[in-house]
Design a protein around this ligand. Structure first.
Ligand code: ADP
Ligand code: MG
Length: 569
C-alpha cells in the first residue's frame, strides 16, 4: 500500500488521466487490493477494484461450500452486509467530496431475491469483494490525498469491519433458510407438485413498483385451505406447513381485487429464493415455471405456433411463424412454445395479461363465428393435452369464464385474500350447467422445435464494432436496435439483464456454431457457469468482471427470441 500512496502523492493535483498510473495490485495488512480499471474522468462509469481479505481469523465453515445454494446464500449475505457497511459510512460523511462521482464506493447489492452474483466471492479462508469507486477530483484535477483516504483507509476499514465482525447468527439463519428452500424444492420434485405457499406468508408487496413486503399490519397472511395443506419436513428437524399445488390444471378464481394476481405473482417469483423476512421466503415454485402473457408488437422468428394458431388469413405459415409485429394471441402462443422449447414444465397465466380470444371461445361465439373462420385454437382446448401428453401443468387466474371448470383438476377461490378449495362446487356447477361448447382441439400436436440461431444474427446487429449493453431491468441495446424485455416478467434484477447481454455475446460468438440448437447452446453455457462460476461470462475474466446476477435460462432465451435481428435456421 506504501507504493500506492507514493503514486498518489506524485500525481496529486495533476490531470485526471494520470490516475491511470494507479492501475495494478497492492499488498496491505491481511488483504490485497487490485485496481483493475481506472475511469477516464470524474463523470465516467466508476473505477473497478477488487479487495481480497485473506487469512481470515474466523474462517467460514467448509460445509457452506458443499452445496451451491449455501455458497450463494453466504455470498449474498456478505454482499448485503457490505452494502449496509458502505451506506453507514457514507452517511457519516459531511459535504461533497469532489466533482462527479468523487468519493463513491458501491457494491452491486441484491434485491429481495437470493441469486448467484459476481459481487462477492467467498472461500473458507478468503473473501474477494468487487467494488466500484469514484476516484476523487476537483474539476479534472486529481485529489491525491482524498484518493489515499478512500483507497488506503475507507475501503479497507469498511470491508474488514464486515469481514472480521460477521453477525454469525444472522448468517446461519440466511444459510438455514436456503437449506429449507432447497428441501422444499426437492419435495416438490419428488411429490410431482408445482408450488408451495407456506402458511403465514406475506404475499402482497409495498406497491406496484416495489418488491418489498407490504407492512405486516396491513397484510392478510396466507392460510392454506385444509384440503391443499401439507407439512414438509425440513433438514433441521422442523417442518413447514402450507398449500401445495400438484401438477395438472389449476384455476385461481375469485372476485376482482380479492388477491388472485398477487398469489400468482408470488408463485411466479417462487422460482427464486427470497431472503428471510421477505414474506415469500417459503413460497417455492418449481424452477421451470414460466409466466405466459400476451405481448403484442413483439417480434417472432420461426416459431411453431400451429398448436394454437392455424389457417391465418392469406395462408401465412404457422409451423415456422415469423412476424415483426405480433398480435395479442400470436404473441401469447409464441411465448408458450418458446417456454416449452426451453423445457418449461409449468405455465402461469393471468387473465389480466392475456388475450381473451387466446384463452376462450364460448358456445355463442362458436355458433356465430364458425371454426373454419377462426385461426385461434383457444388455450382451454389445449390445456388438458398439454398436461396429459406433454407433462406441462398450468395455473390460470380467471375471474371471467367458468367454461374452464370443465378442464380443471382443481379450483382455488380467493375470497378477501383467503384461498378456499371450491373444486367440488365447480364440479357440481359443471354438471348442472353445461357450457355447450364444442371442444375444438382433438388432434395431437408437437411441442418440439429445433431452432438453430444463426451467428450472423448478432454480427448484423452490432456491425464490426461490437456493442451490446443493458439499460436498466428491461432493455438491452444491441448495436442500433434494442431488445425490449418489459414483458418478460420473471426477470427481476438489472444485474441479470447485464448478464444476459454478456451471455448473448458469448452464445452467438462461441456456442451457436455448427448448427447448435437454442436450448443446447444455452445449456452448455450454464454447465460452464456451474463449473467455473458466473465470472466466465465477463470479457474481463480474472479481473473485476462487472456486476452480474444469474438469470434463468428461460429469460436468456426470451431475450434472444426478442432480438430484432435474430435469424433462425
Ligand atoms: P385480483 O387479481 O384478484 O383483482 P390483486 O391480487 O390485484 O387482486 O389484489 C388487489 C389488491 O389487494 C392489491 O393492491 C394487493 O396489493 C392487495 N392484496 C393482495 N393480497 C393481499 C393480502 N393478502 N393482504 C392485503 N392486501 C392484499
Ligand atoms: Mg388480477
Amino acid at each position: 500500500m506504501e507504493k500506492l500512496k507514493r503514486i498518489l502523492q506524485r500525481i496529486d493535483g495533476k490531470g485526471y488521466k494520470a490516475y491511470k498510473d494507479i492501475q495494478g495490485s497492492y499488498i496491505g495488512n491481511g488483504f490485497h487490493l487490485h485496481i483493475d480499471y481506472v475511469q477516464g474522468d470524474p463523470f465516467a462509469s466508476p473505477s473497478r477494484i477488487r479487495f481480497v481479505a485473506h487469512s481470515l481469523k474466523h474462517p467460514f465453515k467448509s460445509k457452506w461450500f458443499e452445496k451451491p445454494w449455501r455458497k450463494i446464500a453466504l455470498e449474498d449475505f456478505l454482499t448485503r452486509q457490505l452494502g449496509e457497511g458502505i451506506r453507514k459510512r457514507q452517511k457519516g460523511k459531511t459535504g461533497k467530496s469532489g466533482t462527479g462521482k468523487s468519493g463513491l464506493i458501491s457494491i452491486d447489492e441484491p434485491g429481495q431475491e437470493v441469486i448467484m452474483r459476481t459481487a462477492v466471492i467467498a472461500k473458507t479462508n478468503e473473501v474477494e469483494v468487487r467494488l466500484s469507486i469514484g476516484l476523487p477530483a476537483v474539476g479534472r484535477r486529481i485529489l491525491g490525498k482524498q484518493a489515499e483516504v478512500l483507497l488506503c483507509h475507507e475501503v479497507p476499514e469498511i470491508v474488514l469491519a464486515v469481514i472480521h465482525h460477521i453477525q454469525w447468527k444472522k448468517l446461519e439463519e440466511h444459510i438455514t433458510t436456503a437449506d429449507r428452500q432447497q428441501a422444499i424444492r426437492d419435495y416438490l420434485k419428488r411429490e410431482k407438485c408445482i408450488c408451495f405457499v407456506a402458511n403465514g406468508s406475506i404475499l402482497p408487496r409495498e406497491s406496484g413498483v416495489s418488491n418489498r413486503p407490504l407492512d405486516r399490519k396491513k397484510a392478510i397472511s396466507f392460510q392454506s385451505p385444509s384440503s391443499f395443506e401439507r407439512s414438509i419436513p425440513l433438514p433441521d428437524g422442523t417442518t413447514v406447513t402450507g398449500m401445495v399445488i400438484p401438477e395438472g390444471v389449476t384455476l385461481i378464481v375469485g372476485g376482482g381485487y380479492h388477491g388472485k394476481s398477487t398469489l400468482l405473482q408470488a408463485i411466479e417469483r417462487g422460482v427464486y429464493n427470497h431472503l428471510p423476512g421477505d414474506g415469500r421466503e417459503y413460497v417455492i415454485t418449481e424452477e421451470t415455471a414460466c409466466k405466459i402473457r400476451a405481448e403484442d408488437g413483439r417480434r417472432i422468428e420461426k416459431v411453431n405456433i400451429s398448436p394454437f394458431i392455424s389457417n391465418l388469413p392469406f395462408g401465412k405459415d404457422t409451423d415456422r411463424f415469423s412476424t415483426e409485429d405480433a398480435s395479442g394471441s400470436t404473441s401469447e402462443a409464441a411465448n408458450i412454445m418458446e417456454a416449452l422449447e426451453m423445457g418449461s414444465r409449468s405455465l402461469l397465466i393471468d387473465e389480466d395479461t392475456s388475450a381473451t380470444n387466446f384463452l376462450i371461445r364460448d358456445a355463442r361465439m362458436q355458433m356465430l363465428v364458425s371454426k373454419d373462420k377462426e385461426p385461434i385454437m383457444p388455450f382451454i382446448d389445449r390445456v388438458r393435452e398439454l398436461y396429459e401428453n406433454h407433462g406441462v401443468s398450468s395455473i390460470i387466474v380467471l375471474g371471467g369464464s367458468g367454461d374452464y371448470f370443465d378442464v380443471a383438476d382443481r379450483v382455488i377461490m380467493m375470497d378477501e385474500y383467503k384461498p378456499k378449495d371450491v373444486t367440488e362446487e365447480a364440479r357440481s356447477i359443471t354438471k348442472a350447467l353445461n357450457s355447450r361448447r364444442q371442444i375444438e382441439g382433438t388432434d395431437s400436436f408437437t411441442t418440439k422445435m429445433n431452432r438453430k440461431p444463426v451467428p450472423i444474427s448478432y454480427e448484423s446487429a452490432t456491425g464490426r464494432k461490437e456493442k451490446i449493453s443493458a439499460k436498466g431491468l428491461s432493455t438491452i441495446l444491441v448495436g442500433h436496435s434494442q431488445i425490449d424485455l418489459s414483458s418478460v416478467e420473471q426477470l427481476t434484477d438489472p444485474s441479470q439483464t447485464r448478464a444476459i447481454a454478456e451471455m448473448i455475446r458469448l452464445l452467438f460468438r462461441q456456442y451457436f456454431q455448427n448448427g447448435i440448437c437454442l436450448k443446447e447452446g444455452i445449456d452448455r453455457l450454464y454447465e460452464r457457469i456451474a463449473k467455473d462460476g458466473l465470472d466466465v461470462i465477463s470479457p474481463y475474466y480474472g479481473q473485476h468482471p462487472g456486476d452480474y446476477a444469474l438469470p434463468r435460462p428461460f429469460e436468456v432465451a426470451a431475450a434472444i427470441n426478442r432480438m430484432r435481428t435474430l435469424k433462425i435456421n
